[in-house]
Design a protein around this ligand. Structure first.
Ligand SMILES: [Fe+2]
Ligand SMILES: [Fe+2]
Length: 269
């Protein structure tokens, strides 16, 4: 089973300021060869939300070989520069990314509808402000975009914070309101994409495929090499391939196959 109809490259946690240029260059070349339908960029484009880091991120995005859907992460906020964080949290983002950070981003066509939402928050009741959250407005906007899409389009949500954790990353916490989001998206969405914890894996929750991405080319490793995901889908079949950096190039480390029964996905075995 090798779906080839639609191909999404998922990259995340670029962390310009802590990027490794040789890996970034190799990734860009690989993406050119892979010819994806869409490149989903799951946030943390910068290390400290500085102008020079955003400029580097912008230059990288401008050279990508396919349309990119980009969402911010917590590192794209001004960290502990408290005044900036409160008064103008997304100023640098807006100036360099040329999008409203809090707006929903939608890509349609080529057999898919992908909706990007900003789950990073400028402050939180939780002491760990790196944690994110999804809200009702965003869920409603996702639903509206999906309702308007052709029936057979693959429905994809692009976010930064995770909807699924594995043991090594459990201490980072799920995106706030993840349970509500999963209930809301049940039978509405096909695929949720996230980053943030710099660990790559995929799985099924509530009938949705969830794919988490490692850091594509930063040196901020959390116990595993740099990676990106290549997701291929056709009809009721989907594969998620984790492509890991081996010191010279990216190589397929793990490929997981999924199949859809009715509106629900499950692991294919
Ligand atoms: Fe990150
Ligand atoms: Fe993050």
């Amino acid at each position: 089973m090798k779906p080839t109809g639609l191909r999404i490259a998922q990259i995340s946690d670029l962390h310009f300021g802590r990027d490794v240029p040789a890996i970034a260059q190799t990734l860009r070349a690989e993406l050119r060869d892979a010819a994806p339908t869409l490149i989903a960029v799951c946030g943390d484009l910068t290390q400290r939300a500085r102008t020079v880091e955003f400029q580097a991120a912008r230059a990288f995005l401008d050279q990508l070989p396919a349309p990119a859907l980009v969402v911010p992460g917590n590192h794209d906020l001004p960290g502990w520069r408290v005044w900036s964080r409160i008064a103008r949290p997304w100023r640098n983002w807006r100036q360099q990314m040329l999008t409203d950070a809090n707006g929903t981003v939608i890509h349609t066509g080529d057999g898919l509808v992908a909706v990007g939402v900003n789950t990073a928050r400028q402050w939180s009741l939780h002491p760990d402000w790196s944690r994110g959250r999804i809200n009702i407005r965003q869920l409603n906007e996702i639903s509206e975009a999906f309702d308007d899409a052709p029936r057979d389009a693959l429905r994809v949500v692009v976010a930064h914070h995770p909807f699924l954790l594995t043991e090594p990353g459990r201490y980072r916490g799920l995106v706030g309101r993840s349970r509500l989001a999963l209930q809301h998206l049940h039978r509405r969405a096909d695929l949720l994409l996230g980053g943030h914890i710099h660990l790559a894996y995929s799985g099924v929750v509530s009938g949705l495929v969830i794919a988490q991405c490692g850091t594509a080319f930063s040196d901020r490793l959390k116990g595993e090499p740099n990676s990106y995901n290549l997701i291929e889908a056709e009809g009721d079949r989907m594969t998620v391939s984790i492509r890991r950096w081996d010191g010279d190039r990216f190589d397929t480390h793990q490929r997981t196959e999924y199949v859809r029964d009715g509106h629900e996905w499950r692991t294919y075995s």
